[in-house]
Design a protein around this ligand. Structure first.
Ligand code: FAD
Length: 490
């Protein structure tokens, strides 16, 4: 929320000019401001694009944002970025390669994405992390994150998570002279007679129509549609329903605006039916728990149903875990013990979250398994048996029931921690089709001149399932490409 209110529209419309143009096929004369590059959406992808556009020769770069502040989903995120061969892997002696990473990201997405798009992300991910660290000033933790779908710990995490990435990007954009307009919502893309995108029609803070012309290019970076129930319902083919009964981890601004605008001028959409559910979230908020960290920290964790039985690999792919939880009636419980909490220092880091969740009745801690079972009305006898089997499997390094292969950590002693969880809409894999240069492709398979896109607004990278920590790699890599190419007219 820091800087959003400081630059108001009244200071922007300096360069008024009258141009004749075609807005989505309609001839009209309009007054507007002219820039080299206009970026729509000040989330992670948009900020990266605006910075790179400026660095690569665009003199005037405008970034418009419909909310009163920058950040989008990226601000809410943990901003964990997967990159093979990173400095922490080297320090810890973890062997990894781009080939292995690309294989896992592509296979994790059901081999549905165009492989060359996955390769672009993977081959540029380490450079993206180094750019964020060394050029932008993002400070990283000294530990790695190990999300499901990765064979090794591979992701770096900023100190302060999403804000720890967004605010340094925002500072850099402002330092470079990118003009940022908040409360300014893009409504339509403007197209000339040759089919080239020449600007954006928007609504400003006062509710007035404003026009921004882009001499070199427009970059769409408006994010996904996880918060748009109508679009979720329109495109979803996999889950029984994604109506209001399913909450979302996303910002309310994730309403798919860029997808709708681009489709209206002939952009090809792809993978729209693939919508990811995050498996385990706080039923009160729909957002995932910090205190469920053992599931992505290579630690001990067990999911059980009301019957006290395991039903899925707790550290497996998100879609498998979500399917598993839905098959239990949509509610599950995550359990870990004091040793796990201590190793991750959870009670200190998340003291407030534990207190709130206890008050809300979605978390409980007790000395025995019987007590935690009783609190949530779980079959206690089965739970004790489940934990015995879990420990047997973890010690043997082999989980014959659910095929867990990583985070093989036994948990034998209490006290025990238990959380109640539900699924939430987390990521929309579909969006506008782009090529490897971040240029938007139309339904004829041709490039739409003057239009670039990056981030969750695109549908070309994650296939049918976005592997954890790969979205930030994607938005930074393609945000940078889009900004640079828009500035250089590539
Ligand atoms: C809680 C949470 C945690 C996550 N953690 C991770 C993680 O650790 N690692 C990982 O890889 N992925 C993570 N993800 C996914 C990842 O954060 C997102 O995919 C990514 O941030 C999307 O970036 P973006 O720039 O494309 O969109 P956003 O960051 O959402 O930015 C889009 C911006 O466009 C603006 N906008 C939208 N429409 C308009 C319009 N019409 N006019 C003007 N502006 C508009 C929005 O307000 C927003 O500011 C997480 C997601 C969530 C929700």
């Amino acid at each position: 929320m820091r800087k959003g209110f400081t630059k108001l529209l009244s200071v922007l419309l300096v360069v008024g000019m009258v141009l004749s143009l075609t807005a989505c096929g309609t001839e009209e004369t309009q007054t507007g401001s002219s820039y080299d590059v206009v970026v729509v959406g000040a989330g992670g992808a948009g900020l990266c694009a605006a910075i790179e556009a400026k660095v690569h020769g665009a003199e005037n770069v405008l970034l418009i944002e419909k909310m009163p502040f920058a950040g989008g989903n990226t601000l809410l995120s943990w901003a964990e970025l997967a990159c093979a061969g990173n400095w922490l892997q080297i320090e810890q002696g973890i062997e990894d390669s781009n080939e292995q990473f690309a294989k896992e990201m592509w296979e994790g997405g059901g081999k549905v994405a165009r492989k060359e798009m996955v390769d672009i992300v993977v081959n540029n991910a380490l450079d993206a992390a180094l750019w964020l660290r060394d050029e932008i000033g993002v400070v990283y933790q000294d530990y790695l994150v190990h999300e499901g779908g990765h064979s090794v710990p591979r992701a770096v995490e900023p100190v302060d998570l999403g804000p720890g990435m967004i605010y340094p990007l925002l500072d850099k954009a402002e330092e470079l002279g990118v003009e940022i307009l908040y409360d300014t919502k893009a409504e339509e893309l403007l197209v000339n007679d040759e089919g080239r995108v020449i600007g954006v029609q928007a609504t400003n803070q006062e509710g007035e129509e404003v026009t921004f012309f882009a001499e070199k290019g427009v970059v769409l970076a408006t994010g996904g549609f996880g918060a748009n129930v109508e679009m979720r319902q329109k495109y979803n083919t996999r889950w029984e329903t994604l109506d209001e009964s399913v909450q979302t981890t996303n910002s309310p601004a994730a309403t798919g605006d860029g997808i709708v605008m681009a489709e209206k001028i002939g952009a090809q959409l792809e993978n729209m039916e693939h919508i990811q559910l995050y498996p385990f979230n706080n039923p009160m908020t729909g957002v995932f728990y910090g205190i469920e960290a053992p599931s992505w920290s290579g630690e001990g964790i067990v999911y059980v149903n009301q019957d006290g039985k395991r039903f899925v690999n707790e550290v497996g792919m998100r879609d498998e875990r979500a399917e598993g939880i839905l098959a239990q009636g949509g509610v599950a419980y995550a359990i870990y013990n004091q040793e796990v909490a201590d190793r991750l220092n959870l009670e200190e880091i998340y003291a407030d979250e534990y207190a709130q969740c206890l008050a809300d009745g979605v978390f409980y801690k007790a000395d025995t398994l019987e007590e935690i079972a009783e609190y949530f009305d779980i079959n206690a006898e089965n739970l004790v048996e489940t934990m015995e089997k879990y420990n047997e499997y973890m010690k043997a390094g082999h989980d014959p029931e659910f095929g867990r292969k990583t985070s093989m950590v036994p948990m034998e002693e209490g006290p025990w921690f238990i959380l109640k969880g539900v699924v939430s809409v987390h990521h929309t894999m579909g969006g506008v089709m782009i090529d490897t240069e971040a240029r938007v492709i139309n339904t004829e398979g041709e490039i739409i001149e003057g239009l670039y896109a990056a981030g969750e607004v695109t549908g070309s990278v994650h296939g049918n399932n976005r592997v954890g920590t790969c979205a930030i790699s994607d938005i930074v890599v393609f945000g940078r490409i889009a900004g640079k190419n828009a500035a250089q007219g590539i």
